[in-house]
Write a protein that binds this ligand. Sequence first.
Ligand code: ATP
Length: 438
Amino acid sequence: MSKENEKKEGSELMEKIVSLCKRRGFIFPGSEIYGGLAGTWDWGHFGLALKNNVKASWWKKFVDSRRDMYGIDAAILMRQEVWQATGHAEHFADPMVECDKCHKRFRADQIEDKVKCADCGGKLSEARQFNMMFQTKVGASEDSSSISYLRPETAQGVFVNFKNTVDAFHPKLPFGMAQIGKAFRNEITPRDFIFRQREFEQMEIEYFVRPEDWERYFEFFKDEMFEWIEEIGIDMTKVHDIEIAAEDRAHYSSRTVDFEFEYPFGQKELFGLAYRSDFDLKTHKLDYIDEENSKKIIPHVIEPSFGLDRAVLALLTSAYAEDEKDGEVRSYLKFKPSMAPVICAVSPLLKNKPELVEYANTKVFAPLKAEFGRVAWDDNGNIGKRYRRQDEIGTPFCIVVDFETLTDNEVTVRDRDTGAQERVKVEALKDYIKNRLV
Ligand code: ATP
């Protein structure tokens, strides 16, 4: 396929995904009723469920199933000295150019024509550095001592709590600290749906090791990252690990591997793995006393860094599928059942038959809801319409209570991907679903 056609196909696919996300209550444009706020998105019920499932799976793998991880939930606002010490106040910037005619601003390293404005043909300025941190003031005072920033990465919230964590838990090296939370960057050109936003969520680990062990743990976390990416259902054929050259690495990193994903708009960064050496602990004048020999050392840091929103976007694009039946195109999201926002939907065949509604509600919906939580009641429109709706939400199982159910206590369970239907005993439903909740 030509580059041109590939681009066109990619943008059509993105349009479909963005529209499905809005229509089905996954993700809405931020501040939409006032015209929108670029780079912000609001999460609806199903998007939030998906995001929570991704977070839970991450926390389980990287924190709860290990003995050497400590969670932290640090404040977003920190003293400005944190960002001065790390160099963010001075260097956390992207190169920006401005058009002398329409005054639109672009990220200099992301445009093909460095001379002419892509929008109006005007002349572009020389590139200058634009700091991406959102500045704010803390308290009522207006002087410069009240300046603070919305954190541009969650990592520093971990480092400033290194000493507290060591003092509270006395961990032995190697050990890690993990955090999930919001980060803010005043991106020059937010774009590509939730890929590049001004407010987003990160899931980060700072793993502290003896300096001589860094390579071993770098490789270990690289494998762990691949494993988790596959576990949640991202299409592995579209994931690539790329060694980043020294001149392209962030100022704190001595080695970086980027995990890139083939999004519909091109192959771009999904997650990153960095070897931060002793940069941060040194910066904050922190160290660690080795309990075995009472010697002071500065541990080195391996940082697996995950963008939660990019994980969701990669999941959505991996799951989006279309097929055709009887001349009608159906779109659906083939999430792994364990990741799906709704595990199963329960329907009475007809909503104006009280005996069906009563049975479906008390004998099927209520017990499944109590067991799995993410269970929907759907009696809107005819069965075909309900299936289409649940397919678009990505619900793996649709359960229908019909007149036969009243006598044989069996329901119809329809599979989202194949459309195949089977009769299952009501008393066996929980196990049926549990066995398929991979
Ligand atoms: P990029 O090169 O795409 O700007 P980055 O290298 O600056 O990303 P990091 O500083 O390594 O990103 O941040 C860690 C992770 O946070 C990224 O791998 C990505 O998943 C996520 N991330 C970074 N910036 C954004 C953003 N503007 N919107 C959504 N997610 C982001």
